[in-house]
Design a protein around this ligand. Structure first.
Ligand code: ZN
Ligand code: ZN
Length: 355
């Protein structure tokens, strides 16, 4: 009985001190400092990897259909000296900021194609690699023909934003001469778009009609390799370009799930039903992606750009139905934050989550 009495006294004291303390300016300042210091001191999670490696980080794992807790397509490729972002779907920049990844070292953005779910965060990637950062020039953006419409359009739309930030913070903090984009249209007659002797990036065509061209990218770094499919149906060219790669990120659309969504929406929302019908024609199913990975002799396969984004344990099982019969092992269904680490001079591929 006495114990309960003491416990109640202590609980009331804590409540009273807390209630009045949190209204005290000094206590508030203490908490404000704590929050900002912890944010500013947070170390970029990617710089903690030691040694020489290439990593692929899924900064967005869903397609354009809604998916709880997932951003639209985005994959970061990083080596100790370079950082590239392949596609900038909605929510992907916020993911990277949440993971305290410093975009000041961003070399370039690469677009696989210009569907909205692949480009919508570009303006924010520009801002976060510009103000207070060390970018040496305008943000390079590589992409297929038409990319200039996107970069010029954003530059026009953000003209006043750029002006005001430089006016407000000064040239040191927001240098006006590097605001905007350095657009590089990819010509598949010269498919190697970057090569510094260690890291080579090769673009190639995939199948996503009526979108043309739609691209995939292969990254080769000191004997390790990562291929990103972009949006594609089952593609023989992708298989050719992925030959013996260590890791393939492949888009995937569940025909089972979207087929049923098409049937269900036919009466309720016929226009939506038409969309569900159409999209089955230009994305590979998980089983087709697994077949492609097998034919290319790829070591590890990660499904991303998931349509629909499987939210629950049960949805995930349904989504990958049939995959294990085709490819029993060495595949992973991506979440936002799924990260693959490939050290050089090694056969290892570690797949984990950054969070
Ligand atoms: Zn897409
Ligand atoms: Zn697309």
């Amino acid at each position: 009985m006495r114990k309960i009495y003491y416990f109640l006294i202590v609980a009331i004291l804590i409540f009273v001190v807390g209630f009045f303390g949190i209204r005290n300016t000094s206590v508030q300042n203490f908490f404000i400092d704590l929050i900002f210091e912890s944010q500013l001191n947070n170390q970029d999670k990617l710089v903690t990897f030691e040694g020489d490696y290439i990593i692929g980080l899924v900064c967005g794992s869903r397609g354009p259909l809604p998916g709880k807790g997932r951003a639209e397509p985005c994959i970061m490729i990083k080596t100790p000296d370079h950082m590239f972002i392949v596609d900038t779907g909605d929510g992907s920049r916020q993911n990277l900021i949440n993971w305290q990844i410093d975009l000041g070292n961003l070399d370039a953005v690469l677009f696989t194609h210009l569907h909205s779910d692949h480009i919508s965060d570009l303006a924010d990637f520009h801002l976060y690699s510009w103000v207070t950062q060390n970018r040496e020039g305008k943000l390079p953006v590589y992409g297929p023909e038409g990319t200039q419409l996107v970069t010029e359009g954003i530059t026009r739309a953000y003209e006043l934003d750029y002006e005001w930030r430089t006016l407000h913070h000064g040239e040191e903090v927001a240098p006006s001469d590097i605001a905007g984009f350095d657009t590089k249209i990819i010509d598949l007659n010269n498919p190697v778009i970057f090569d510094d002797g260690s890291l080579k990036i090769t673009a190639f065509e995939v199948e996503h009609l009526p979108v043309y061209p739609s691209l995939g990218f292969r990254f080769d770094y000191k004997g390790r390799s990562i291929v990103i499919s972009g949006d594609t149906d089952y593609s023989t060219n992708l298989i050719e370009q992925s030959k013996n790669a260590d890791l393939l990120f492949h888009d995937a659309l569940s025909y089972n799930m979207i087929g049923r969504a098409e049937d269900i929406s036919e009466i309720i929302q016929p226009q939506l039903s038409r969309v569900f019908y159409d999209i089955q024609g230009y994305h590979a199913s998980p089983v087709e992606a697994a077949q492609a990975a097998n034919e290319a002799n790829v070591k590890e396969l990660i499904f991303y750009h998931l349509i629909p984004a499987p939210d629950s344990f049960i949805a995930k099982i349904i989504f990958v139905k049939g995959v294990s019969e085709v490819r029993p092992d060495n595949w992973t269904l991506a979440d936002d934050g799924t990260i693959a680490i490939l050290p050089v001079n090694s056969e290892d591929i570690t797949i984990t989550n950054i969070e």
